[in-house]
Ligand binder design. Structure first.
Ligand code: ZN
Length: 89
């Protein structure tokens, strides 16, 4: 385990750039519905654990991982976790 990798816990706004790389749009204003606890909240309000290669987006209600955004030399991709719905309201 490398101790020199800094992981910071921030909110969904901090993942906006990485999400933009995948979706080509700002999804932080969308409402995400958690499949773990059913909470519906703007993606901007989710808990994000961020390091230089990944952003783990967690539900603020139950801490289930909603999505994981990965960025490497091939680009960016999203691994869907407990996210059940994304809604534009
Ligand atoms: Zn939840």
């Amino acid at each position: 385990m490398r101790a020199d990798i800094a992981t910071s816990t921030v909110d969904g706004n901090a993942a906006a750039g990485m999400l933009w790389d995948v979706f080509g749009a700002d999804v932080t204003a969308l409402i995400g519905v958690c499949g773990g606890c059913g909470a519906a909240a703007p993606m901007a309000e989710a808990i994000v654990e961020l390091d230089e290669t990944a952003a783990i987006v967690r539900c603020r209600g139950c801490t289930h991982t909603l999505i994981t955004v990965l960025r490497d030399e091939h680009g960016a991709r999203v691994v869907i976790g407990a996210l059940r719905e994304l809604m534009r309201v």
